[in-house]
Write a protein that binds this ligand. Sequence first.
Ligand code: SF4
Length: 203
Amino acid sequence: MHKSDFDLDYQNQNIESKIIAAFERIAQAFRVLLWQESKVSGLSPIQIQILIFIRHHDAEKCKVSYLANEFNMTKATISDAIKVLEEKELISKVVEKNDIRSYVIKLTNKGKTITNRTALFTTEIRNPIDKLSTNDKTGLLLNLLDIIKHLNQTGVITVQRMCLTCSHHQNTKKQTHFCKLLNQQLLVNDLRVDCPEHQLQTV
Ligand code: SF4
């Protein structure tokens, strides 16, 4: 068994440990940027994340149980966040016809305006990525997708909607990718991290 990736003597001799330490810094950057946006908007980080998620996903995914799974939180925590967002008139609830206990969460116009601004909290992470060469970007994306796939298969990340875990995805002989649903070859930069048509592979 190898030593801790955070043991500096070990880390400085191992590129794998340095990569893990770098991921940790980037995860910290997401938290810091989200907190900064939180102070500006007067919303908690999870409230901001819920607004952004609802803005970009279809109604089926905009329900308390789906959001709880998506953010690895309890339904009670998500319901509390939804209650505050409703009081602030950023979202509304649309009760489902076939089950009055269930509702879909929708953004109000005020909610859309706030979300469009808060969703830009990642700008400082995006800036250096913009400067990478096309080859570096495709290599980085492919490697990140492989890491996420592993984390999904080992149960660390529960929700996945990316090509590499989709039943419509096929690896062709030349290690290129194909989507059977769209009936088209996918280049690396066509591979999706969050696809509305994703169907989870059954192993
Ligand atoms: S349906 Fe979407 S996630 Fe699945 S392979 Fe096609 S593009 Fe990728």
